[in-house]
Design a protein around this ligand. Structure first.
Ligand SMILES: Nc1ncnc2c1ncn2[C@@H]1O[C@H](COP(=O)(O)OP(=O)(O)OP(=O)(O)O)[C@@H](O)[C@H]1O
Length: 633
C-alpha cells in the first residue's frame, strides 16, 4: 500500500490519529474525569441533547465550542501538530456534510494563515504514525474502495446549525441534502449589476432577452462551424482560404448585378492562417488594371467603424476558372441584408399585403446608425458608393452595417470622379434606401412611384421621417452634407445613444454570468490533468498521493456523492457551489472522506486550491510548453 508523504507546501493537512488502546482507555472517561472532558456532542453539534439528562461529560456554556474541533492552532512543526492532534477527540463523520464554521474573515492583506486542516482517523490498527515516517498521512484507498452510503444515518438530522435558514438560501446552493455553507468570498469575484437596474428578461433596443440572446449566439456559433456540402464545385483552396460555401443562390445570375456591369457572388470561407471565417465577395471576370487599385482596400482596412463590415484583404485569382477579384470581409454569422430582413416578404407575396411596416423606432435606429457611418466615411475623405437594401446587413438585433465597401474604389480605379459629388450621391442613395424601407418597394423613390410612396410614408410614419427622406433625395445644392442631416437628427441621436449604453450594460451583465463558467472550466481541466494520471515522475501512484490525494478526495466530494439509498447524487448546484468556492479559495472548511470511510480530512477550500495549483504547476513544469499551461491560470 502506498502512502503519501507530507508535501512541502504549507497547506498540508494534519492527520489526527486515533489513540492507541491505552489512549482509548484514557479517552473513555471514568466518572471521575468525565466532568473535565468536554462532551463530544458539544464539539460536533454545538449542543447535547442529554446535557440535562444524565450526560456525564462537561458542557461549557458557549456554543462556539463546535468549531474548536476545527481550530487547532497551526502546527509549528509537523511533529508538534501530530502531538496536538493525538489529544484531539476522535471524530467520525457520517454524512458528507459541509462544515459550517465561523464566517469568512474579512479580506485583508495581512490575513493570518488559516488553521492547519486536521486529519481524523479511526483506523489506527492499520496505520501507526511510525509507518509513514514523521509526517503521517492517510493511506491511499484500497483498490476495492467503494463509496459507502455515508448518508445512511441521520447523525446530523437535528443539528441546530444556527444562522442557516433554508428559506433564505440562494437556489444556487439548493441541494437534496441540507447544505451547510458559508458565503463565498464575493470580494474575489466581480459582482453583477443588480437585476433591478439591468433587466435581462425584457426586450431592449439592441439586445434581445437573455434566453433569446443565448439561442441567437448558439446558432451563430453553429453557423461558424458549418462544413461545405459535397459537390459544390468550388475551388478547394483559394489564396489560403478553404471550405468555401456560397451565401446566395448562384443560379439566378440576373439577380446578382449590384455592381454595375459586374456579377458578384458571396462566399463564406475559412482562412487557413488564422482559422477565422471570412466573407469573400468575388467579382467575376475582372482584370486588375494596376496594383495601385488596391490602395483603396488598404485605406478601407484601416477605417474601422461599428457601422462598416471590416475589410481584411483583396486579391485576384484564377481559381474559379476566370480572372476574379476577391475581397475578404469580416463574416457576421446569420447576417441578413435589409432586403431579406424586411422587404423579401413583400416581394414574395406581392399583392397579398406581405410587407410588414418596420416599427418607427427601428427605422430611426437604422437612420441614425447609417448617418453616423456615412459621416465617419465622409469625414475620412472617402465615399461609400453603395448604400442599398441588398448591401446593408442586419448583423444583430437592430444593428446595421454597410457591407461591400471599397469594391467600387477598385473597380472604378481608372475612372476619376469628384469626391464631393460622390458624397452627395451617397446621401441620395441613403434617401432611396429610406423610401424602400418605408414602403417595402425598392423602386419607391423612382419616377411615377414617388408621390405614391410619399403618401404611404405619410400614412405609416411621422412627418419627421418623411422630412429626412425628402432632405436626402432632393437636390439640396452643393452644401448638402451628412452633417446637416445629423443636426436634424440630434434628438434621435441622443435616444439612440441611451439605447446603445443600455445595450452595453445588458451585455456586460450577461458576460458576468458567463465569466464564472470560464473559470470553472479551467478548474475542471486542471482536475482532469491531475486526477487518475496513470504515471508521472516515475511514480505510478503520483495522482493518489501527496497534495493529489486531497485533490482526489475533493473530486469525490464534489462529483461522487451518493444519496441515502446509495444512488448517485447529481446535484449541479452542489458542484457549482463547490467549484466556485474552490476557485475563490475561501477559508470555509469541508470534510473529505475516503471511499472506505476510514479516513477523513478537514480542510479549507483555500488549502485544496493550493493543492490543485501545486499539483498542476508540477505537471506544467514538466510539460514541454509552459505557455500552454499559463493559459489555464
Ligand atoms: N460580411 C458578411 N457576413 C455574413 N454574411 C454576409 C456578409 N456579406 C453578405 N452576406 C450574406 O451573403 C448573402 C449575399 O449577399 P449579397 O450582398 O450578394 O446580397 P444579395 O441580396 O444577394 O445581393 P446581390 O443581388 O448583389 O447578389 C446575403 O444573404 C448576405 O446576408
Amino acid at each position: 500500500m502506498a502512502f503519501f508523504t507530507r508535501p512541502q507546501s504549507a497547506n498540508a493537512a494534519i492527520k489526527i490519529v486515533r489513540p492507541s488502546s491505552g489512549d482509548d482507555d484514557q479517552l473513555r472517561p471514568s466518572r471521575k474525569d468525565s466532568v473535565q472532558r468536554q462532551c463530544r456532542n458539544i464539539m460536533i453539534y454545538g449542543s447535547c441533547k442529554f446535557e440535562n439528562k444524565g450526560c456525564a461529560y462537561y458542557h461549557p456554556p458557549a456554543r462556539s465550542t463546535r468549531s474548536s474541533v476545527l481550530s487547532i492552532p497551526r502546527a509549528e512543526s509537523p511533529s508538534k501538530g501530530l502531538s496536538q492532534s493525538v489529544n484531539a477527540p476522535v471524530f467520525i463523520p457520517k454524512v458528507p456534510a459541509h462544515i459550517k464554521t465561523a464566517s469568512t474573515p474579512p479580506p485583508s492583506i495581512a490575513t493570518p494563515p488559516p488553521p492547519e486542516p486536521q486529519y481524523h482517523h479511526d483506523n489506527q490498527q492499520q496505520q501507526q504514525p511510525e509507518e509513514y515516517g514523521e509526517y503521517p498521512y492517510p493511506p491511499v484507498g484500497d483498490e476495492e474502495m467503494e463509496m459507502h452510503d455515508i448518508n445512511s444515518n441521520n447523525f446530523y438530522a437535528d443539528t441546530p446549525y444556527d444562522g442557516y435558514d433554508p428559506s433564505t438560501a440562494n437556489p444556487y446552493f439548493a441541494s437534496a441534502t441540507p447544505f451547510l455553507r458559508q458565503p463565498l468570498n464575493y470580494h474575489l469575484y466581480s459582482s453583477v449589476i443588480p437585476s433591478a437596474f439591468v433587466n435581462s428578461v425584457t426586450d431592449t433596443q439592441f439586445v434581445p432577452p437573455s434566453s433569446e440572446l443565448r439561442t441567437l449566439l448558439q446558432s451563430r456559433g453553429e453557423d461558424l462551424h458549418i462544413a461545405p456540402a459535397p459537390g459544390l464545385n468550388l475551388p478547394e483552396e483559394l489564396q489560403g482560404y478553404h471550405s468555401l460555401i456560397p451565401l446566395e443562390n448562384t443560379n439566378g445570375a440576373s439577380e446578382r448585378r449590384k455592381f454595375g456591369n459586374w456579377t458578384s457572388t458571396v462566399y463564406r470561407a475559412v482562412n487557413s492562417i488564422d482559422g477565422t471565417v471570412y466573407c469573400l465577395r468575388r467579382i467575376e471576370n475582372y482584370r486588375l488594371p494596376h496594383q495601385a487599385a488596391f490602395t483603396a482596400i488598404e485605406t478601407w482596412a484601416k477605417l474601422q467603424h461599428s457601422g462598416i463590415v471590416s475589410i481584411h484583404e483583396a486579391f485576384t485569382t484564377h481559381a474559379f476558372g476566370d480572372s476574379s477579384l476577391v475581397v475578404a470581409y469580416a463574416y457576421h454569422p446569420k447576417a441578413q441584408t435589409l432586403f431579406d430582413a424586411h422587404l423579401k416578404s413583400a416581394y414574395g407575396t406581392r399583392g397579398a399585403g406581405g410587407f410588414q411596416p418596420i416599427p418607427e423606432r427601428t427605422l430611426w435606429s437604422y437612420i441614425v446608425q447609417l448617418a453616423g457611418t456615412i459621416k465617419r466615411v465622409h469625414d475620412a475623405g472617402h465615399v461609400v458608393r453603395m448604400i442599398d437594401v441588398s448591401k446593408v446587413l442586419v448583423t444583430s438585433k437592430n444593428r446595421v452595417r454597410i457591407s461591400s465597401c471599397g469594391i467600387f474604389d477598385v473597380l472604378l480605379y481608372d475612372t476619376p470622379q469628384d469626391t464631393h459629388l460622390l458624397q452627395q450621391d451617397d446621401l441620395t442613395m441613403f434617401g432611396r434606401l429610406l423610401f424602400a424601407l418605408c414602403t417595402g418597394n425598392v423602386m419607391a423613390s423612382s419616377g411615377g412611384n414617388f408621390q405614391k410612396s410619399l403618401e404611404v410614408m405619410g400614412r405609416l410614419y411621422s412627418p419627421e421621417i418623411k422630412a429626412v427622406a425628402l432632405f436626402l433625395v432632393n437636390k439640396g445644392g452643393p452644401h448638402k452634407s451628412i452633417g446637416q442631416l445629423l443636426e436634424m437628427l440630434s434628438s434621435k441621436v441622443a435616444a439612440e445613444m441611451g439605447d446603445a449604453l443600455n445595450a452595453a450594460d445588458t451585455m456586460e451583465n450577461e458576460l458576468m454570468g458567463e465569466l464564472e463558467n470560464a473559470r470553472l472550466v479551467r478548474l475542471l481541466c486542471k482536475f482532469n490533468f491531475i486526477n487518475e494520471r496513470p504515471e508521472f515522475a516515475r511514480e505510478p501512484r503520483w495522482s493518489e498521493t501527496g497534495d493529489r490525494y486531497i485533490v482526489k478526495l475533493f473530486r469525490d466530494y464534489v462529483f461522487h456523492q451518493v444519496d441515502e439509498s446509495g444512488n448517485p447524487s447529481v446535484n449541479l448546484s452542489h458542484v457549482l457551489a463547490c467549484l466556485s468556492k474552490l476557485d475563490s479559495g475561501t477559508d470555509e472548511r469541508i470534510m473529505l472522506v475516503s471511499r472506505d470511510e476510514q479516513s477523513c480530512l478537514v480542510v479549507s477550500y483555500k488549502d485544496i486550491k493550493a493543492c490543485v495549483e501545486s499539483s498542476f504547476s508540477e505537471l506544467a513544469r514538466a510539460g514541454s510548453s509552459t505557455t500552454t499551461a499559463s493559459g489555464y491560470r
